[in-house]
Design a protein around this ligand. Structure first.
Ligand code: PAF
Length: 288
């Protein structure tokens, strides 16, 4: 496996790969890799439409708010490099901040409207602008044929799909289901912040989602009732402070009153466990 640190190194690898007619898959990450990331790398590796796999590791300052965890975000470059190599990537791209955003950098890419103003967009203003900007740069630099994202960040997936459609990026977005711990907690690099007590309490998010899903499957169609059910369960956990629990249409993220058979909805929750903000979701489909 090769490693590129500068844009020039990356470009020369991409040019040589393209000259051989090889198709590139990109897995963008912020590092501190877990099974969720490795599942994306393996998905790219075994994708019949892809010849070479690029993994980027870049903790993107643009997507963190001023009071968020950019400076303390967990980092372990040595371990990450080994995991990326074992998972079968061909190139690891690990640029420095100054390489991605040199002095004078002044451009932002923004998907406007509902997709970026509801859910995490409301709690984290500017977050999706930071994501859209770095993804646009990575797509321009790597020119991937396919790019891989986890459904754990469902709103990010919806935003990136819109970005790709609106700006005509010739890239297929491939989505991997959320990878979970045995007790249901969605894998996240931020789980490492949790104390043992918070880690136990954090399972309330997935429990709430599963319970609301069962309620919907047993016939409850009123979205306000289902959302209240989610909130009630999360509030039973004294260590959890609810940020949001909402059910919106998927992938447009529009509010609705009732679940309609045949349509897909995103049940999304976010809560603080101590100072750590965790998110989770399930896609909900009701049958006639
Ligand atoms: O999901 C992430 O880790 C990040 O938001 C991404 C897509 C790598 C952009 O920085």
């Amino acid at each position: 496996m090769k490693q590129a640190i500068t844009l020039a190194e990356l470009r020369s690898w991409v040019t040589a790969t393209r000259a051989r007619g090889e198709r590139i898959g990109l897995v963008p990450t912020m590092g501190f890799l877990h099974e969720g990331h490795l599942a994306l790398i393996r998905q790219a590796r075994s994708d019949a439409e892809i010849d070479r796999v690029v993994v980027s590791i870049f903790v993107n300052p643009l997507q963190f708010g001023p009071r968020e965890d950019y400076h303390t975000y967990p980092r372990d470059p040595e371990r990450d490099r080994e995991l990326v190599r074992e998972a079968g990537a061909d190139l690891l791209f690990t640029p420095a901040v100054e390489e991605m955003y040199p002095p004078g950098f002044a451009t932002r890419v923004e998907v406007q409207g509902k997709l970026t103003t509801v859910l995490c967009g409301r709690s984290r203003p500017g977050h999706f602008q930071g994501v859209a900007t770095v993804i646009t740069k990575l797509f321009n630099l790597v020119g991937p044929d396919s790019a891989y994202f986890g459904l754990k960040d469902a709103q990010q997936v919806a935003v990136i799909q819109r970005l790709v459609a609106d700006l005509n990026f010739p890239v297929r977005i491939k989505v991997h289901p959320t990878v979970r711990e045995p007790d249901g907690l969605a894998m996240s690099s931020r789980n490492t912040y949790l104390s043992p007590e918070e880690r136990k309490a954090a399972t309330v998010l997935y429990r709430a989602l599963c319970s609301a899903q069962s309620l919907a499957h047993s016939g409850e169609r009123r979205i306000s009732e289902l959302e209240e059910h989610l909130r009630r369960i999360i509030r039973t956990e004294p260590r959890a402070r609810l940020d949001y629990a909402e059910i919106l249409s998927w992938p447009d993220l529009e509010a609705a009153e009732c679940l309609e058979p045949g349509k897909i909805y995103l049940m999304a929750v976010a809560a603080y466990l101590g100072r750590t903000r965790l998110i989770d979701n399930l896609l909900l489909e009701v049958h006639p």
